[in-house]
Design a protein around this ligand. Structure first.
Ligand SMILES: *[C@@H]1O[C@H](CO)[C@@H](O)[C@H](O)[C@H]1NC(C)=O
Ligand SMILES: *[C@@H]1O[C@H](CO)[C@@H](O)[C@H](O)[C@H]1NC(C)=O
Ligand SMILES: *[C@@H]1O[C@H](CO)[C@@H](O)[C@H](O)[C@H]1NC(C)=O
Length: 427
């Protein structure tokens, strides 16, 4: 990505002039008027941590987006092992409830439907049945296909219907109905489809790209100017707190708890992502800088995948750390000794002119053996880093679709749970 100097100046200014805004108070009125609610999240119970698969999944997702045209969302095989944010969503009249994976790294809303063939592929899933919804309208001749090129993926036809998420209602939302799904999606009964929250230009519907749920909330006038945003509060399974999303309003309790005002970072949506300039990290206060890099903020990626220089700065501050090489892909997975768990180096990443701390417990991905632990901080080739859930769990994030910017305050747990895990869902 080319950064114009105006963009860089804007990035610097936005950090300097962070302050509570009138919108902030206006959108709590919108919350009351529309009766908007927090949307609780659950995690899949069938998650098997696998550092190689987690890295491969993220790389496949962005390889496709950045360097290929068409094709699918991700390698569906690896997808099965994703750490997803699953949320109940009501579609149609009367409402039919499906469990969707909310993904800020893609822009399609697709769902397991009664059109799936063979019907046995839908076993264990909630299905959307368009014939039972009085508000469903078919989009004649429209199709979609999400696949990785190895035959795995999903495809189908398209219609529009009402969608209600926590009281935020779109009347005419494009719903991509699955008619065919690969075995990986069939087997993953924890989710019935996906809800994309990236920008409209990477939607996969033919012949005309369709708009995302946040875009339609704005276009239909459900959310007024100043409230065209959604927010994410993600917590580790190590913590007791309930993770949630909001649409249309900012949770003031979390902002106040941080003791700070939201600070904004401008987003460049030209490649379809929540993509921000990435310039600098500090490890134990010592800076490492890169130029020409961006970071995609992505709820659909588990790990924090950074330039090698950033990764090296952190692991080299941990005596006894090392890496394994996957013989098939050549990807490497860094680990550190368990003796370092209580004294992991402090890691801060700069966004919008502010350094954001990534809390220590989020660096623990999974046990490697009795004495070592795989880190959730790994690297990615190319100039596009991925700021996944490891980053998002340390902040409360406001995704401002109207002004194309992300607002953050810190959200660091008072008590850090630093036990390495070996089974069950990742932190
Ligand atoms: C994609 O899936 C295939 C199996 O269908 C697997 O062999 C391959 O390693 C996967 N690739 C990536 C990048 O995850
Ligand atoms: C899907 O589930 C079936 C039945 O449990 C199993 O035999 C098959 O190996 C699974 N396939 C994948 C790709 O997970
Ligand atoms: C872990 O460390 C202990 C003590 O040094 C050693 O005996 C054991 O073999 C190590 N285990 C592994 C899997 O490396």
């Amino acid at each position: 990505m080319k950064l114009t100097s105006a963009f860089v100046v804007l990035a610097a200014l936005s950090g300097a002039f962070a302050a509570p805004t009138t919108e902030f108070y206006a959108n709590s009125k919108v919350q009351r008027d529309l009766g908007l609610q927090k949307i609780p999240l659950t995690r899949p119970t069938n998650y098997v941590p696998n550092i190689q698969k987690a890295i491969a999944k993220a790389i496949a997702k962005y390889d496709r987006r950045s360097f290929r045209s068409g094709g699918g969302r991700a390698n569906a095989t690896a997808e099965t092992y994703d750490d997803a944010w699953i949320t109940p969503v009501s579609i149609g009249t009367p409402p039919q409830v499906v469990k969707l994976d909310f993904d800020t790294g893609s822009s399609d809303l697709w769902v397991f439907s009664t059109e799936i063939s063979p019907a046995s592929d839908s076993a264990g899933h909630n299905l959307f049945d368009p014939s039972k919804s009085s508000t469903f309208a078919n989009l004649d001749g429209y199709t979609w296909e999400i696949g990785y090129g190895d035959g795995s993926g999903a495809s189908g036809d398209v219609g529009t219907d009402t969608v209600n998420i926590g009281g935020a209602i779109v009347k005419t939302q494009a719903i991509e109905l699955a008619q065919s799904v690969s075995v990986e999606f069939v087997n993953d009964t924890s989710t019935d489809g996906l809800l994309g929250l990236a920008f409209d230009n990477i939607n996969e519907v033919d012949p005309v790209k369709q708009k995302t749920f946040p875009t339609r909330l704005a276009e239909e006038g459900t959310l007024p100017s100043g409230s065209q945003l959604f927010t994410t509060a993600f917590y580790s399974q190590r913590d007791a707190e309930q993770s949630f999303w909001t649409f249309g309003y900012i949770d003031q309790d979390l902002v106040q708890a941080s003791g700070e005002a939201l600070r904004w970072t401008p987003v460049n949506p030209s490649r379809g992502f929540w993509e921000v300039p990435l310039t600098r990290v500090t490890v134990n206060g010592k800076a490492t800088s890169v130029s020409g890099y961006t970071g995609v903020v992505d709820s659909g990626t588990t790990l924090l995948l950074v330039p090698e220089a950033f990764r090296d700065a952190w692991y080299k501050a941990i005596p006894g750390s090392g890496y394994d090489t996957d013989p098939d892909s050549g990807h490497i997975s860094w680990w550190f000794p368990n003796s370092a768990l209580d004294s992991l180096p402090e890691f801060k990443i700069e966004l919008g002119g502010t350094l954001w701390t990534v809390q220590p417990e989020n660096f623990i991905y999974d046990s490697r053996d009795a004495n070592t632990t795989y880190g959730s901080l790994q690297s990615i080739d190319g100039h596009q880093a991925i700021l996944g859930d490891v980053f998002l769990k340390s902040v409360y994030a406001v995704w401002d679709t109207e002004n194309k910017r992300i607002g953050l305050v810190p959200k660091i747990q008072k008590k850090q749970n630093l036990q390495p895990t070996s089974t069950g869902p990742p932190p």
